[in-house]
Design a protein around this ligand. Structure first.
Ligand SMILES: Nc1ncnc2c1ncn2[C@@H]1O[C@H](COP(=O)(O)OP(=O)(O)O)[C@@H](O)[C@H]1O
Ligand SMILES: [Mg+2]
Length: 326
């Protein structure tokens, strides 16, 4: 598949976002978001539900206008050449974008027609997409007969049929079984690495971001925080969150740098909160260290990490950052 040539000025940056703000009425969703994405890069937009991922993707897709700030695509603003910019974009939306009355084959053909694929190439291109997505056994079924996972796979065919150099994917594997997810991840990687396409993928799954993305940006409460490295993301997404309530309460961070597996540490209303990886022995070492600080342990709560924890750890200017880098 040959990619459409980027517009006039060719740079290494595919998308550049600067000072972007957006509100729905009085609900401020994005606040001064800036980021850039290189050609052939897979950028993860990671954030909890309601963080504004879909809103940002819709602005990038030129479906919504920002209140402030702007976006350029290969150096060109949408306001300068809307049709040219749109020709470079393919959005796979989060909600279902299939015609439920058509068959799978019919939807593939419709995608090809909407993408202006030449009539003599429609058969070849839709067939290839069906094979790559393992949709061949389902070609004659109507969308009514498909499971949620199959519908998402069908929808992803749009990305394979389109030749736009920028793919905007909104939670593309939501509701797909693990095998189907891996298949789509591989296809996304191929699009970036072999075809040089730029991919921005919104997800609320740290595992997906870790498996797929070259770089990850966290989005929460309208602002972003970049993840320094995939290793850091992995540490944050696998660390158990331990909350230790003590008497007296903590007013400042204790000296516990001898505890193995410590990823992050903060104090939340006097409660010590620690991100901890590794064996349960590390938890015991932590608890001994807390006792050695002269406090009685009142309760210990252990749970898996959430996106909120990872984000808080990333934006905190606490000792956690230095601890993580030791
Ligand atoms: N069409 C809309 N009208 C008004 N508010 C909206 C609309 N779409 C989303 N929102 C609100 O904007 C915020 C961000 O939503 P969204 O971009 O869908 O987040 P995400 O994709 O990260 O879950 C939420 O508070 C949501 O309720
Ligand atoms: Mg969304």
């Amino acid at each position: 598949m040959s990619l459409r040539k980027p517009m006039d000025s060719i740079t290494d940056i595919a998308i550049s976002v600067s000072g972007l703000s957006f509100s729905y009425g009085t609900n401020a969703v994005l606040n001064q978001v800036s980021l850039s994405v290189g050609q052939g890069e897979v950028l993860g937009l990671l954030g909890p539900n309601g963080a504004g991922k879909t809103t940002l993707l819709h602005i990038l897709a030129t479906l919504l206008k920002p209140r402030d700030g702007g976006v350029t695509y290969f150096g060109i603003a949408a306001s300068d050449d809307l049709n040219g910019v749109r020709g470079n974009l393919c959005l796979i939306p989060q909600e279902r974008a299939v015609d439920i009355l058509l068959t799978v084959a019919g939807n593939l053909k419709l995608y090809a027609l909407l993408q202006h694929v030449r009539a003599n190439r429609i058969q070849e291109i839709t067939r290839k997409a069906a094979v790559e997505l393992d949709l061949v056994p389902h070609l004659r079924k109507t969308v009514f007969q498909l499971s949620g996972g199959l519908i998402r796979r069908l929808q992803f065919a749009n990305a394979l049929i389109s030749e736009a150099p920028i793919l905007l994917l909104d939670e593309p594997t939501l509701g797909i079984d693990p095998e189907g997810r891996r298949r789509i991840w591989n296809l996304i990687r191929d699009q970036a690495k072999d075809k040089g396409r730029t991919v921005i993928i919104a997800t609320n799954d740290m595992g997906e971001a870790d498996a797929l993305c070259d770089r990850v940006v966290f989005l929460r409460h309208g602002t972003t925080a970049a993840v320094e490295s995939p290793e850091r993301l992995k540490a944050l997404s696998t660390a158990t969150v331990v909350r230790v309530q003590t008497s007296p309460v903590f007013e400042q961070l204790p000296q516990v740098s001898n505890v193995p597996g410590l990823v992050d540490m903060s104090i939340d209303h006097g409660v010590l909160q620690v991100g901890l990886t590794g064996l349960s022995g590390n938890l015991l070492t932590l608890l001994y260290a807390v006792q050695d600080s002269g406090r009685a342990i009142e309760s210990v709560n252990v749970r898996p990490p959430s996106l909120e924890d990872a984000f808080a750890a990333l934006v905190s200017h606490s000792l956690g950052r230095e601890v993580a880098q030791e």
